[in-house]
Design a binder for this molecule. Structure first.
Ligand SMILES: [Zn+2]
Length: 464
């Protein structure tokens, strides 16, 4: 549809000259003609309208007895921004699917994209300039992507680079080597922003104890097949005797605490969601030698600063922060939700909920936050219509609802709905979409009186 619009716009531009420029810009649609399809049961997936060309899976994982995959639509193998096909399969049988995509006539010609891909070699010379100028070291290969900007599809090439303070930037060029964007990447925790000794529930709620934990027998030690803990200060654990001698006053104590909490969180997800999240890295002392309040998840890595001692202290010792960050990896794999906007609020709300369910506590940042008893709490009375667009503010509407299901109905109900949402939310999900899934979930409730209690909580909070 907008291909015709483009021709018309160009004709108008040629006919009337510069005066038509405004017309040209406003004539283009703000967004492409998205097609959204949800799979109807008892039909093979092939009969559901969906993109013919798909890219490599961007996210995937097991969730209970189902397998979730999210793949983008592709042109000449290049992922198209904003598209996806999410499938949920049980014993290889499709149980649910949803797609957001574009009809082929609304996408660029694959042969033209292929030509542009071939030209992209020239980009290599621009990388050094960015590295030097920003003191930001490239940490990934080029990822081509088709994005929609000002009424047209553009091919961009993204890379991530890392600054000395641990901050990650996403850099994108077009095929001619012009910088398209440069922005922070990833999700931030909040607000900004052998036998070992440890605090099993953090230093606020537990005493230092001697604990038996499983570690790797080879150098690195604080690692499992799914997790590796490192220090940006370069601290290393020499051997298992060294590990046993580490105490809170040692710099390496952060690594021990983070390792302990992260493994507990991963064991919880495996037990409760049958979900395994591999390939995770935790970096402590991020920003060294500065004591930063860094605390975020990005690209399979959790980054934790030491805490500046004013707003946060000993970030890695706080179970809610470490677990929250690890949960982002789980949520990202299962939903593809973004870290900003409405989807970002859902991502934060789910991360807090999963953390609260594990710790049996609604308070986030309780041990490390110094400006109050905690940074935020899920014990609130925020209702569905209270949204303001604030990332963490709105996240509390979702997490507050889920937490009240736990306290007023049953922990299983809160957990069941959380898992249901993980299986249904998609990269473009917002609150309206979430509300629809919450309602469908309630319609499927078969526990009599408990369903009524769930209904009254949801209704009071404006979710029905
Ligand atoms: Zn977060």
């Amino acid at each position: 549809m907008f291909r015709r619009a483009k021709t018309l716009a160009i004709l108008a531009f040629v006919a009337t000259g510069v005066g038509a420029l405004t017309f040209y810009l406003s004539f283009y649609p703000d967004s492409p003609d998205w097609v959204t399809q949800e799979w109807q049961e008892n039909l093979p997936l092939t009969e559901m309208p969906r993109p013919t060309q798909l890219g490599q899976p961007e996210h995937e994982g097991r969730l209970l007895d189902t397998y979730v995959t999210i793949r983008p639509q592709a042109v000449a193998g290049v992922p198209v921004d904003g598209t996806y096909l999410k499938t949920v399969k049980k014993a290889k049988r499709l149980v649910w699917a949803r797609a957001r995509y574009l009809n082929e006539e609304d996408l660029p010609d694959p042969t033209l994209i292929q030509k542009e891909l071939n030209r992209a070699e020239v980009l290599r010379i621009h990388v050094q300039a960015i590295e030097d100028e920003l003191e930001c070291e490239m940490t990934s290969a080029f990822h081509p992507r088709l994005i929609w900007r000002r009424g047209n599809w553009r091919l961009i090439f993204q890379r991530n680079c890392e600054k000395s303070g641990g901050q990650v930037l996403e850099v994108a060029w077009n095929s001619k080597g012009t910088l398209v964007h440069l922005r922070p990447a990833g999700s931030h925790f909040a607000w900004e922003q052998s036998r070992v000794f440890l605090y099993p529930k953090g230093p606020k709620l537990s005493e230092l104890q001697s604990y038996e934990i499983a570690v790797s027998s080879s150098p690195g030690f604080l690692r499992t097949p799914n997790l590796l803990v490192l220090s940006d200060a370069g601290y290393k654990i020499n051997d298992l005797e060294h590990l046993a001698r580490i105490r809170p006053e040692d710099e390496t104590f952060d690594m021990v605490q983070a390792y302990f909490f992260a493994n507990r969180a991963l064991a919880w997800t495996e037990e409760n969601l049958s979900f395994t999240s591999g390939n995770l890295k935790i970096r402590t002392q991020v920003g060294y030698p500065r004591k930063t309040n860094a605390s975020f998840y990005f690209n399979r890595e959790v980054r934790l600063g030491s805490g500046d001692g004013e707003v946060f202290t000993h970030i890695a010792w706080d179970p809610s922060i470490v677990i929250h960050e690890i949960m982002h990896a789980v949520i990202e794999s299962l939903t593809g939700l973004p870290f900003q906007g409405e989807g970002g609020s859902l991502q934060e709300g789910l991360a807090d909920t999963l953390t609260a369910l594990q710790l049996d506590s609604p308070n986030m940042g309780e041990a490390a936050y110094k400006k109050g008893p905690y940074q935020r709490t899920l014990e609130n009375e925020m209702n569905f219509p209270d949204r303001t667009g604030g990332l963490y503010h709105d996240s509390l509407i979702l997490s507050g609802m889920l937490w009240s299901l736990k306290t007023e109905v049953a922990a299983e109900s809160a957990q069941d709905l959380t898992i249901y949402l993980l299986s249904r939310l998609t990269p473009d999900s917002g609150f309206e979409d979430t509300q629809r899934h919450v309602q469908t979930w309630l319609e499927q409730c078969s526990e009599g009186e408990r369903c009524d209690r769930i209904g009254s909580v949801l209704s009071r909070r404006g979710w029905l």
